[in-house]
Design a protein around this ligand. Structure first.
Ligand code: SAM
Length: 285
């Protein structure tokens, strides 16, 4: 198949089409072509997508697909795809199915044997990660911290010793509370990048420590959309991270988080504890 053939819309296929996260010029020419040529669109909010389409001069029939109707609309959309129609799934901004409706539709299509393909583009998480200046080799996407304060705290406890860079989405009205939780659970010392209004006129990336960010936003009201990138766990950020772990947990930590073989994990834990490998091994037994 040539590249041009790949860009041709195929009947019976679901296209996941990324849309801009703020700057219309970020829409790819392939995305425009697919949006123009598919039989119908599935849109998170048809009013938002109508604005995008009218700026492109495209008129297209749309099926609303969001959290409240996905169980009902999923089978309907799959049926139309199985009958040979082509469909593009779009969300309000960015890559559909990333903290946006779509994940279920993709699964439904895969189960029904409907081909799914991607027209990639902007994604706020990846845009922020690359601007953060932090380790991009290993990272974890946490999305929105959900639920009550106790749930959000528990979620942070679970990742406290994760060495990977952590990416969060957050609404401006919750940012100050979230930073206070970061400070309480993750400590004040880690580096943090607050990536605001990415690709828009007022794009801004504030790079500081968690403690500085909590203090800054206690005085300055957060405005706009944010992705928050937080440095992963380092021994510097919290000395003797293993202090409250059993020997078994300490070894398991290295095996799971640093993907070490058991003997290497024992060696690393023994070094942390200032004991010999054989002593630590005996304690494990
Ligand atoms: N699917 C989208 C993506 O690919 O990035 C994310 C959708 S999620 C419902 C919306 C969240 O993404 C916002 O609350 C914010 O945290 C983040 N976001 C979206 N656009 C942004 C932007 N221009 N600047 C900063 N954060 C943004």
């Amino acid at each position: 198949m040539t590249e041009t053939e790949k860009n041709r819309v195929e009947g019976g296929t679901l296209y996941l089409v990324a849309t801009p996260i703020g700057n219309l010029s970020d829409l790819s020419s392939r995305a425009v072509k697919i949006l123009t040529e598919v039989d119908f669109l599935c849109a998170e909010d048809t009013r938002v997508t109508s604005k995008l389409l009218s700026s492109l001069g495209i008129t297209k029939s749309m099926v609303p697909y969001h959290d409240n109707n996905r169980h009902e609309k999923g089978p309907y959309i799959v049926r139309r795809l199985l009958e040979g129609e082509s469909c593009a799934l779009v969300s309000d901004a960015g890559t559909p199915a990333v903290s946006d409706p779509g994940e279920d539709l993709v699964r439904d299509c895969i189960e029904a044997g409907v081909p799914v393909t991607s027209v990639p583009g902007a994604c706020a998480a990846i845009t922020a990660l690359t601007l953060s200046g932090m380790n991009t080799r290993r990272f974890a996407f946490e999305g929105f911290l959900e639920g009550r304060v106790s749930d959000r705290k528990a979620a942070l406890e679970r990742i406290r010793t994760d060495i990977r860079t952590q990416i969060f989405y957050e609404a401006p009205h919750r940012l100050t509370d979230t930073l206070a939780l970061f400070s309480e659970v993750l400590g004040d010392d880690r580096r943090i990048a607050l990536c605001r209004e990415l690709t828009k006129l007022n794009e801004e990336v504030l790079r500081m420590t968690v403690g500085e960010a909590a203090a800054y936003y206690a005085e300055n009201e957060p405005r706009g959309e944010y992705v928050v990138v937080v440095e992963g766990y380092t021994a510097k950020a919290s000395e003797q991270f293993w202090a409250e772990m059993t020997v078994e947990e300490h070894v398991a930590y290295y095996m799971e988080k640093a993907e070490m073989k058991k003997m290497d994990a024992i060696k690393a834990a023994a070094k942390d504890r200032g004991v010999s490998k054989s002593d630590l091994y005996k304690q494990l037994l």
